[in-house]
Design a protein around this ligand. Structure first.
Ligand SMILES: [Fe+2]
Length: 283
């Protein structure tokens, strides 16, 4: 019987890559990188074989979608930030059986979900950046699920999360489940970025205060309260990908029945207008 061994909400800010290069940003994202490395270490120690990533950079305009390729291999440059993520090599095996099972389970629940084995369907950086730091050797199998859901409701994403958990239980996989997305996500307006030291600041104090309150709720185990506010939080604080990654994650964890400990691996930080962290949700 399979299981979700590690679950986490994780950052994927592109400046993590610049942090590793000589220049003005060298070292600036070390706490975020270390949070990812720690999750990778914990995953290896726990015998994880597969990472399922809920990717808020994979935009879908109809239905729900799972990238279940046999193999992910390539060299990635971001269309969004070609100056930040350039020529990043990656190679990870996939887990097509698990991806297919997730889509079948979700569809049974009335959430139409397609699993794809299309070699030219590549990965977005919400998946690639965390893997770059957590799994530099490409040891884990990868399943990537679209979580920038433009015309979808959060309740369907919750059900997809339930389907993810059920499919994993029925598999023989030990899984690390990652909700790859920020907290608030109002990126600085272009003309305001430089004057506000945009790389290291948030665009709205309101968003920061709500983010910090959300992290308090998690620390206190008040997940039911958090989930009641999730739709408003996603809307008012411009949640990345509509925060569908978060709805899927909590759907997989049991929604308001989840009562595990939230452990902050990377303290809250501001980046390009947005609020970021790495938090593990213990099982
Ligand atoms: Fe992002």
């Amino acid at each position: 019987m399979g299981e979700i061994t590690i679950a986490a909400k994780v950052t994927h800010v592109p400046t993590m890559l610049l942090s590793q290069q000589p220049g003005a940003l060298e070292g600036c994202r070390e706490p975020a990188i270390e949070g990812h490395r720690e999750l990778g270490r914990r995953a290896r120690a726990a015998g994880v074989d597969t990472v399922v990533v809920l990717d808020t950079h994979w935009l879908v305009n109809a239905g729900f979608h799972v990238n279940s390729n046999e193999l992910f291999e390539g060299v990635y440059t971001s269309h969004e930030f070609p100056h930040f993520i350039q020529n990043m090599e990656y190679k990870h095996p996939g887990n097509p059986d698990l991806g297919d099972a997730i889509a079948a389970r979700a569809t049974e629940k009335g959430v139409h979900t397609l699993s794809h084995q299309v070699p030219t369907l590549d990965l977005e950086y919400g998946t690639l950046v965390p893997l770059h730091f957590m799994d530099p050797e490409g040891e884990f199998k990868v399943v990537s699920i679209a979580a920038w859901c433009t015309v979808h409701n959060l309740n369907d994403s919750r059900k997809l999360g339930e389907a993810i958990a059920e499919a994993i239980r029925e598999s023989d996989s030990k899984v690390m489940l990652l909700a790859s997305g920020s907290l608030s996500h109002k990126i600085w307006e272009n003309e305001l970025y430089a004057a506000n030291n945009g790389t290291f600041t948030i665009s709205k104090e309101f968003n920061k205060q709500v983010d910090l309150r959300v992290m308090d709720l998690w620390a206190q185990g008040e997940y039911g309260t958090f989930l009641k506010m999730l739709p408003d939080y996603a809307l008012q604080c411009a949640g990345e990908g509509g925060m569908h990654d978060t709805a899927m994650l909590f759907g997989a964890l049991g929604w308001d029945k989840y009562d595990g400990k939230a452990e902050v691996l990377t303290p809250y930080f501001e980046s390009s207008g947005t609020g970021q962290t790495n938090v593990q949700f213990h099982l």
